[in-house]
Design a protein around this ligand. Structure first.
Ligand SMILES: C[S@@+](CC[C@H](N)C(=O)[O-])C[C@H]1O[C@@H](n2cnc3c(N)ncnc32)[C@H](O)[C@@H]1O
Length: 298
């Protein structure tokens, strides 16, 4: 299994500006690439809480950090985190999306390059899988989903092709779905024609945008003073949610009649423009990555 290579590692660690003895929550700990660096800076007096909804990731984290008594492991969707139990933090990290092991292990059913049962669940204990979406959603639901979450212009054509195929026999594997989608699109670009459709189904199966939208306010309200939240996003839909939420909490509230500031913000942007990943990172996932941070100022 290929290990996960953390994206924007140096930049994230630098801007999180972690001090020894702080409390840090990694809400998407994955295979602990960012966490390892964080732990080195926290020292033994710090506390590191590692969260992931994927049980395989949590097992890998437990073995990786078993020697450290100041590291805690929580198998949870970050949306359902028991903040009352975890408490407030000085730094919180969200490195969104999927990990390389999730993508690369055929049996997880995320990848159009590998033959496997359609699955795409980050948390394998949840009921909804990609197979159910592809075989049970109506043509209209599929078209809307592929358009909204995949930003795929030919969504209607793809939805029609999926429905005609499943009338013959159920669509069971990633390759079957990739072939159906590929036949609807011209093969002319660097990216696989099924990329956007797979992204859409994955986002729906894992409720990625809803989880992010609802968790950002929970995370910022559990920051200590001078605490920082860093979010790494991987596509425009995610980044838009982060950008708009951050903008809302760093903007002063003004009286609509007088224009006077009624309340000044509790947060500031750490970096005005997002830090972007690049292909030079020697990691294809980094190409679309964007890092944004806010700091609690009062
Ligand atoms: C890009 S990987 C993180 C990699 C990690 N930073 C590292 O260095 O190894 C994203 C991880 O977030 C997890 N994840 C995604 N959405 C989640 C959610 N709503 N709650 C908890 N974990 C989530 C995925 O299971 C995956 O392991």
């Amino acid at each position: 299994m290929k290990l996960h290579k953390p994206v924007l590692l140096e930049e994230t660690i630098k801007l999180l500006d972690i001090k020894s003895g702080e409390v840090v929550i990694d809400l998407t700990a994955g295979y602990g690439g960012h966490a390892e660096e964080i732990l080195g800076l926290l020292g033994v007096s710090g506390r590191l809480i590692l969260v992931d909804r994927d049980l395989e990731a949590i097992s890998a984290l437990r073995s990786k950090f078993q020697a450290y008594s100041n590291v805690e492991f929580l198998h949870s969707n970050f949306l359902d985190l028991n903040w009352g139990k975890v408490g407030k933090a000085d730094r919180i990290l969200m490195d969104l999306g999927v990990s390389s092991p999730q993508l690369d292990q055929p049996q997880r059913g995320f990848s159009f390059n590998k033959e496997a049962k359609l699955d795409m669940r980050m948390d394998q204990s949840q009921a909804l899988s990609a197979s159910q979406v592809v075989n049970e959603y109506s043509e209209e639901e599929l078209a809307n989903l592929i358009y909204q979450f995949g930003e795929e212009p030919r969504s209607r054509q793809i939805a029609r092709a999926i429905v005609s195929q499943r009338e013959v026999s159920p669509i069971e594997t990633t390759k079957q779905l990739a072939d159906i989608v590929s036949k609807c699109l011209p093969a002319n670009s660097r990216v696989h024609p099924a990329t956007r459709t797979f992204q859409a189904i994955r986002i729906l199966v894992n409720q990625e945008l809803e989880n992010l939208t609802k968790t950002l306010p929970q995370a910022t309200s559990h920051l200590n003073e001078n605490g920082r939240l860093a979010v790494i996003s991987f596509h425009s839909l995610e980044d838009r949610i982060v950008k708009q939420y951050f903008k809302a909490i760093v903007t002063p509230v003004k009286d609509i009649v007088t224009g006077n500031v009624i309340s000044s913000p509790n947060f500031r942007l750490v970096n005005k423009k997002p830090i972007k990943g690049s292909i030079n990172d020697n990691n294809p996932r980094a190409r679309s990555a964007k890092l944004r941070l806010v700091e609690k100022i009062k």
